[in-house]
Ligand binder design. Structure first.
Ligand SMILES: *Cc1c(COP(=O)(O)O)cnc(C)c1O
Length: 369
């Protein structure tokens, strides 16, 4: 028995006006919509690892499945944090494990922003930054990009006394642009200390070793820094939802206060711990990606298509009518990411696949264009 009328408006106005995140189409939904076998679908829309996951991770999952437990998972993800602590030579007390690193981005917004706060980010940055910001009723300040990359000078100028948080992706998604470590360090030193910086390194493992950051060194210098990484991309665990942050104990403690207690499940924790130990798998993923990315570049050159050189496992390529080309590829059971929601309607973001997959994509792209 409700006393509310049909016209009652629920929730707060800032929630009512939040945009929805539009993810890359899943193979299941494409199969259903177009009448394809799910196995025939080539998914190149969400930057997952085409090699799948490490055998170590599969083994860990199989073992858990064989001995399922009805207990809650370890809220502290102790084993995974221990493994991460050893890998990066940082204290476990500065690590949070999240339900994907997307959750880390959200925890940062919840802990460090709110009504009246401004949050600085770059144009063409990952959509989750503005969504996480608006979800806590803070204001995104989007700084125009420069040649598809971050304009760091302009980002510094955008920082004001109301700015409490800044998101920076390196390499960036969806453009694939990359800033070298010297440039990043110079930038971090100049961001006012009252601002918490989230350095999103979701694609770090795809960089050659010399280009990768040293989290320990960065964190020693910056108590206002959070480094976010994920198991979704090079480690191939996107389905399990697991990522992590490395930060000072002070910031970690605050984010832990807004973290749901059982945010990551036992399977994800076990698979991630096992995956972390299999460096060969990550190296192989990186090498295949680098070679195949070059392959795509040459093909795009031959087709006279403009593209943005990428440091990730995806390439942004200009095809003209992005939505239309994406639709035609869908009709050929190939899923790529149209970029209109990123103000790039002429572009597609295409995840680098295995040799045969890239061949299939390029053939289809030639037919469509
Ligand atoms: C994929 C991605 C993430 C993390 O995704 P999760 O699956 O939530 O870990 C974070 N940032 C960027 C820029 C990404 O592309």
């Amino acid at each position: 028995m409700s006393t509310l009328t049909d016209t009652h408006v629920y929730g707060q106005s800032y929630v009512q006006s939040l945009p929805l995140y539009i993810p890359g189409k899943s193979a299941v939904s494409v199969a259903r919509e177009h009448g394809f076998e799910e196995s025939s679908i080539l998914k190149m829309a969400s930057n997952e690892n085409p090699l799948g996951m490490s055998e170590h991770a599969k083994h860990a999952l199989a073992e858990l499945a064989a001995n399922p437990s009805s207990s809650y998972p370890d809220s502290e993800a102790t084993a995974l944090k221990q493994a991460l602590s050893e890998r990066f030579h940082v204290d476990s007390a500065g690590i949070i494990v999240g339900n994907g690193s997307s959750e880390i981005l959200e925890l940062a917004a919840r802990a460090f922003a709110g009504n009246g706060c401004s949050v600085v980010m770059s144009q063409y940055a990952f959509a989750s930054y503005s969504l996480a910001t608006m979800a806590v009723n803070a204001t995104p300040v989007v700084v125009p990009a420069q040649s598809f990359g971050h304009d760091l000078e302009a980002m510094l100028e955008a920082c004001t006394s109301t700015t409490t948080l800044l998101y920076l992706a390196n390499p960036n998604n969806p453009t694939g642009t990359f800033l070298d470590q010297k440039t990043i360090r110079h930038f971090l030193r100049r961001v006012p200390e009252h601002i918490v910086i989230v350095l999103d390194e979701a694609y770090a493992e795809y960089l050659c070793e010399e280009d990768q950051s040293c989290p320990r060194a960065l964190l020693n210098e910056h108590h206002n820094l959070i480094i976010a990484r994920t198991f979704s991309k090079a480690y191939g665990l996107a389905a399990l939802r697991i990522g992590y942050s490395l930060a000072s104990k002070v910031l970690t403690d605050l984010m832990n206060r807004v973290r749901p207690a059982f945010n990551t499940n036992s399977f994800a924790q076990a698979a991630a711990t096992a995956a972390l130990a299999d460096e060969d798998f990550v190296t192989l993923s990186r090498e295949i990606n680098a070679a195949e990315r070059e392959h795509l570049y040459s093909a795009f050159d031959a087709m006279k298509l403009q593209y943005v050189p990428s440091s990730g496992n995806f390439v942004l390529v200009r095809v003209g009518q992005g939505a239309q080309v994406a639709q035609r590829l869908l009709e050929r059971a190939i899923v790529v990411r149209p970029m209109a929601s990123y103000e790039l309607p002429e572009w597609l973001r295409i995840t680098v696949g295995l040799p045969e997959q890239n061949k299939r994509l390029l053939t289809a792209l030639q037919e469509v264009l």
